[in-house]
Ligand binder design. Structure first.
Ligand code: V47
Length: 375
């Protein structure tokens, strides 16, 4: 636990440290100072302080599988290397049976979550998505279905000519248990117009999350960083999430996502550095005082940086994943999945205590046989 004293040459961090220790919420100006400080160890100390106050050494991971039913997408976001037009090479759309087979491949008693996201398909009817969800629920009743970003939900609503609330209600009735955090990117219009002009705007993303929370569904939230955004844009993004969380309490986890430029129209941009990745985790932990969890998604950060970030504010490292497409289409060189034992080793070697969780952060206990099954 936090036994070593706080020290810094950056005098601007002293009043921030006093606020953090006494639990006083940080202003936009203080959040900006954290981004602009060069003292990563001091900013990390603050994040680690908050992290240990909330979770001690506990570090969460889960046994999950990602499923991307289609990469066909009407949007053409500059940030993305995954989406394809209907007839473009590499475009795919799974028949429902294929989705169920994909879910079952690598499936074992150990999987507790399917994470399901895809493109904005121009032709698939809403019923396809309802059948996909109810079909998965029927075949895998014990698996939590974390499905469809706010962007997909808003698009399905438009196509089905339903309100967003009604769309969410029907998805919930079909078996969606919670929503992932994608599509948030950066809320500021100036940035959104450049990186993802075809998506719903920031206010619509937040409103969709608000409605989901009002219907009793938890969700996550993300922020895509390391492209054309400024520190001010990042602070604005975090404070908007913090304000909505004050209102609904429906967010579980915040996941900063590093931009991977390869194979995207923004591939001239440099990749993020380890320092920025770590700082992003740390600032999020300190600023989002009402978010229970900060996730260092190992797929995006690399296992090495994700592991280090467990000492800089993160308390979650995501899961086994099995098959990852969004980052790998954008040049990620990390493995596509990780075994349960490897996740545990990463966490232990960071001096933390691994806790397998389900999607709602309830601890999962395993028999020895299940542990062997958990790939
Ligand atoms: O919204 C797309 C991002 C997100 C690129 O909720 C890219 O537990 C970097 O949201 N470079 C989808 N990022 C992934 C996501 C997620 C991942 C893990 C866990 C959870 C959760 C959510 O991926 C998109 C977008 O922000 N993305 N393309 C790219 N080239």
């Amino acid at each position: 636990m936090h036994t070593h004293p706080f020290s810094t040459d950056d005098q601007r961090l002293i009043p921030i440290m006093e606020k953090v220790i006494t639990g006083v919420r940080l202003s936009a100006a203080a959040a900006l100072t954290l981004y602009q400080s060069g003292d990563i160890l001091a900013v990390g100390w603050l994040a680690n302080y908050v992290r240990e106050r909330m979770h001690g050494d506990k570090t969460y991971f889960n046994v999950n599988r990602h499923i991307n039913p289609t990469n066909v997408c009407v949007a053409a976001c500059r940030l993305c290397a995954f989406g394809r037009k209907t007839d473009a090479p590499g475009a795919y759309t799974m028949a429902l049976e294929e989705v169920f087979e994909t879910a079952a491949s690598g499936y074992s008693e150990a999987v507790t979550e399917f994470h399901i996201v895809g493109g904005l398909h121009p032709d698939l009817p809403f019923q396809y998505f309802l059948d996909l969800i109810s079909g998965l629920k029927e075949r895998f009743p014990q698996v939590h279905l974390k499905a469809f970003t706010m962007v997909e939900v808003a698009y399905l609503a438009k196509r089905a000519k339903l309100s967003i609330r009604e769309t969410l209600q029907q998805l919930k009735d079909a078996g969606v248990d919670s929503l992932p955090g994608g599509g948030a990117e950066i809320f500021a219009d100036r940035v959104r117009h450049i990186i993802c002009d075809h998506k719903i705007d920031g206010d619509q993303w937040l409103e969709t999350a608000r409605l989901a929370h009002q219907l009793g569904m938890k969700s996550n939230a993300t922020m895509l960083y390391g492209h054309i955004e400024t520190d001010e844009d990042r602070v604005d993004h975090l404070l908007k999430l913090r304000a909505l969380q004050d209102e609904t309490g429906g967010f579980q986890t915040f996941i900063p996502l590093a931009f991977h430029p390869d194979n995207t129209p923004l591939q001239h941009l440099p990749k993020t550095t380890g320092m920025l990745d770590i700082k992003q985790i740390a600032v999020s932990r300190v600023v989002l005082d009402n978010f229970p969890h900060i996730k260092a998604y190992w797929q995006m950060m690399t296992p090495k940086i994700a592991q280090i970030s467990l000492r800089f504010g993160a308390d979650d490292i995501d899961g086994t994943v099995v098959e990852e497409k969004i980052y790998h289409d954008a040049g990620a060189t990390t493995p596509q999945g990780m075994r349960r034992q490897e996740l545990i080793r990463l966490i232990r070697e960071a001096g933390r205590e691994p806790v397998e969780r389900d999607t709602l952060y309830r601890p999962v206990s395993r028999t020895d046989t299940e542990v062997t099954l958990a790939v």
